[in-house]
Structure formats: C-alpha cells, structure tokens
Design a protein around this ligand. Structure first.
Ligand SMILES: NC(=O)c1ccc[n+]([C@@H]2O[C@H](COP(=O)([O-])OP(=O)(O)OC[C@H]3O[C@@H](n4cnc5c(N)ncnc54)[C@H](O)[C@@H]3O)[C@@H](O)[C@H]2O)c1
Length: 286
C-alpha cells in the first residue's frame, strides 16, 4: 500500500510531462504556421513597381518568399526599388529596364528573359497605371488613348504574354489592379473609368477561360490610396475625400499589397473572376 502513492505520483508526473510536451508541440506548429511564407519558390512579375502601390506589392510578395521581377518605364526608380526590396527581404529582385507595357513585342521579349532567368512565372500583378483627367467635353483624343493604352491594353499585353507559360505549367495567379471608379464612375475620368471597368470585365472573362489551366484571375479595386498618383489632388479635396471614408483615412500601399499576397497564394485557389473593393468602406457612401 505504501508504494501505491509514489507510483500514482510517478504516473501523474509522467502525464504532466506528456501534456507539457504536447502543449510545446502545438505552440511550435502554430508558430511555424505563422512564420510560413505563402509564396516560397514562386516567381512574380509586378508592373509599375518603381513606386506607390506596385512597390508595396513587390515588397509584400518578396516578404512572403517570392522572387520578383519589376517592369516599369522609370528605369532608375525601378532599380532603386529592387535594391531596397532585395536588401530587406534577401529575395532575388530584378528590375528589367525599358519594359513598356503598351507594346506587346516589348512585353513578350521581357517574358522570354524572365523565363530564361527563373524558368517559370507563377504570379503576374498588372498594377501599372496612369491618369490624364479632363471632363468629357474637354478630353482630347491623346488623353483618351494614352490611358486606354497603359491601363487597359497594358493589362491585356502582359497577361497575353504570360498566360501561355502559365497554362503550359498548369499553374498561375493573375491579379489586376482596377479601381472603385471602374464600378461607380468618376467626374473627369472617362478614359480611366473605361479602362478600369474594362479590367474588371477582362478579369471575369479570363476567370472563366483560364480556370481549367489552374490559373486564378482576380482584380483588386482600390479606393483612395496615398501615393504619388494621389499627390496631384489638392489638400482640401484630399481632406474632403477622407471625410467620406468610414475608416477616416486614406489607404496605404500595404492595404492593397496584403490582399494581393492572399490572392497570389494557394489559400485563394477557389477564388477567380472576382473584383475586390479595398476602400475603407467609401463605396458604402454616406
Ligand atoms: N493611388 C490611388 O488612389 C489608386 C486608386 C485606385 C486604383 N489605383 C491604381 O493602382 C495602380 C498603381 O497606382 P499608384 O497610385 O501606385 O500609381 P503611381 O503613379 O504612383 O505608380 C504607377 C507606376 O506605373 C508605372 N507606369 C506607368 N506607365 C507605364 C508603362 N507604360 N509601362 C510600365 N510601367 C508604367 C509608373 O512609372 C509608376 O511607377 C494603378 O493601376 C492605379 O490606377 C490607384
């Protein structure tokens, strides 16, 4: 009888040790999950990543483990972005000079180089965009055409050049940066709104057509994001814009980069053909 208590104690002690080890195992698994990079071994192209939202996206994709190729017409700025991102993430970040997305031949040549360097393209983020605002009655043909060329034809060209490689590999993620104004219009932006609505339209078509090749195509429609593009808006108008945003602030490039990283990951593999509004609730009105 006297021996029974120590035995019981030993059993209890062993149970505690087992529980302790189990708790440690769960903690380790959880922390591994948190540290897990969703885009390891992926190759991504981000257009217009010399600054603004594109730069934020390139940084986030690299933080998630992807190697990133930057296509931008601002060669020096693109080079600087690439260096900064490579230094902070340790990933391979390449800024390819003089890739003009309005020219299909230029884009196809660049795609060949990316394939030679990395052997594959897993992710394409069509982010490059411009504005040339004027009210409809004053808008010139040049203002119309330049915005359509970059914001609509540019998205077509890059996707057209990359999709054959993705379909052959039976893997791909295309994320198009649209805009909320492509959904509800905006004064002075006939060209921009037409292009962005077109981008969301192409996203639906490609979602339907490319799904069977395991390619997901989605769009993100940002509201007002604080970048160089928005810096042209006078301060009082920016203040008015903020008052119309329920979360009472402008968006940051990271706000867009976070959803792009999710859509580029396999966590989003059952999502395609969609446009996601990221605007701090401004679309709700009021
Ligand atoms: N900033 C906003 O409030 C906002 C809101 C909605 C949507 N967007 C969209 O987000 C995207 C990024 O916007 P941003 O605010 O970062 O703009 P930005 O002007 O700061 O950056 C755009 C980048 O695209 C590059 N670019 C322009 N023409 C190009 C071409 N022909 N080929 C290659 N690169 C080219 C520019 O050099 C620049 O680096 C755009 O598509 C824009 O329409 C922005």
């Amino acid at each position: 009888m006297a021996l029974l208590y120590p035995k019981k104690n030993i059993a209890l002690h062993n149970t505690f040790i087992l529980l302790f080890d189990y708790a440690k195992l769960i903690t380790n698994i959880t922390s591994l999950q948190y540290n897990h990079m969703r885009l390891e071994n992926k190759t991504a192209i981000v257009t217009g990543a010399a600054q603004g939202i594109g730069k934020g996206i390139a940084l986030k994709l690299a933080q998630e483990g992807a190697d990133v190729v930057i296509w931008d017409i601002q060669t020096e700025k693109a080079e600087k972005s690439a260096q900064e991102i490579a230094q902070s993430t340790g990933r391979k970040i390449i800024a390819m000079p003089n890739v003009n997305i309005t020219k299909l031949a230029s884009v196809q040549e660049a795609v060949q180089k990316v394939i030679e360097m990395f052997g594959k393209i897993d992710i394409l983020v069509n982010n490059a965009g411009i504005v040339r605002d004027a009210s409809f009655l004053k808008m010139t043909e040049e203002q119309w055409q330049s915005v359509i060329d970059v914001n609509l034809t540019g998205v077509f060209n890059c996707s057209k050049a990359v999709a054959p490689f993705m379909s052959q590999a039976m893997y791909g993620k295309i994320i198009n940066i649209s805009s909320v104004v492509g959904i509800y219009g905006n004064f002075g932006q006939t060209n921009y709104v037409a292009a962005k609505a077109g981008v969301s339209g192409m996203t639906m078509v490609w979602g339907r057509e490319l799904g069977k090749y395991n390619i997901n195509v989605n769009a993100v429609a940002p509201g007002a994001i604080d970048t160089e593009m928005l810096a042209t808006v006078p301060a009082p108008i920016r203040e008015q814009m903020i008052q119309k945003i329920p979360v009472r602030r402008l968006g940051k490039p990271e706000d867009i980069a976070n959803i792009v990283a999710f859509l580029a990951s396999d966590e989003a593999s059952f999502i395609t053909g969609q446009t996601f509004v990221v605007d701090g609730g401004a679309y709700l009105g009021g």
